[in-house]
Design a protein around this ligand. Sequence first.
Ligand code: DP6
Length: 364
Amino acid sequence: MTEKDFIPQYLDTSNLQKGKFTWKTPSNIALVKYWGKKEHQIPENTSISFTLDSCHTITTLEFVKKKNENSKFEIYFEGKKKDSFKPKIEIFFDRIKRYCSFVSKFDFVIKSENSFPHSSGIASSASGMSAMALCVMSIEKELNPKITDDYFYKKASFLARLGSGSACRSVKGEIVVWGMHDEIGESSDLYGVEFSDAVHPNFKNYQDTILLVDKGEKQVSSTLGHDLMHGHPFAKNRFQQAEENISKMKAIFKSGSLKDFVNLVESEALTLHAMMMTSNPYFILMKSNTLKIINKIWEYRATTNSNVCFTLDAGANVHLLFPISEKEIIAKFVDMELKQYCQNNHYICDNVGKGAQLTSIDKL
Ligand code: DP6
């Protein structure tokens, strides 16, 4: 599908006065990372992620037909008015208006909450923006009930991408690919698609324990980070490597090789951070406890048969990935050896989930 396919014909709003929709949308963790984008939120390389289950956002979008031309919206986060979130939402509304012109006919109240603590250093833009996109699509479906599920979810992912790139991977499916790739059927730079090739049972119900090393605000916004890939001395090679890594990941999912999975995922995480360290300005987002955890994981693997590995996003927290067969033993390892490196011993146990869910519809 092309960008133009997401511009609907005129939708009549005269029969829709007000209502509200609630979506529960997941966070995701990238295995092959998105780092670097072109204009209009187009990624420089293909990325692939596991959808998470426990780390999610619940967002209600209330809409009322506008009384005058001024646009109005309010945001509440965990019960409190949150004007500091407004600029990001304003940008989102502005970017989607070409595709959802009906939004200009309504005033909105957005009420959102996360399952994970806001000050956990876990990025909430993926789940937050996918929730917004799905709520907007629920309004579109009200106005045009004929749209197919396929169009609904593709366009939701397309809109989510305009809010935050990685959010387009937080709509549908356990494993999601974003970015055009020759070996991934239907893949697109415009939206995420469910990975539909073979997945070995080793990867069913994969586990992710998030070790909260640093709960502070992000030191570098992702948008600034992506910008640093423009003119980066290693950018071209990195983007090419990511495409090759997608092919490798596809083969790993098929074969079930956990050893190869561990190797690829850790290499991707360290490459992401290497890009930050070698950009200008440069950043080190790992903390000393991040490194202590990584070394503990390597030591543990060297002395056991474990297939536990780590990945990182643009911060100091460590995602510990492992097959469900190691759930009990890794819980002990975390408790005995790793939680001491987490802020207030805090960590979150998660696993791969299926994607977003519409939890309530209220047409008033
Ligand atoms: C390191 O999706 O947060 O988590 O498109 O500017 O909102 P924007 O960036 P964002 O970047 C996420 C980067 C990452 C890797 C990944 O999730 O693929």
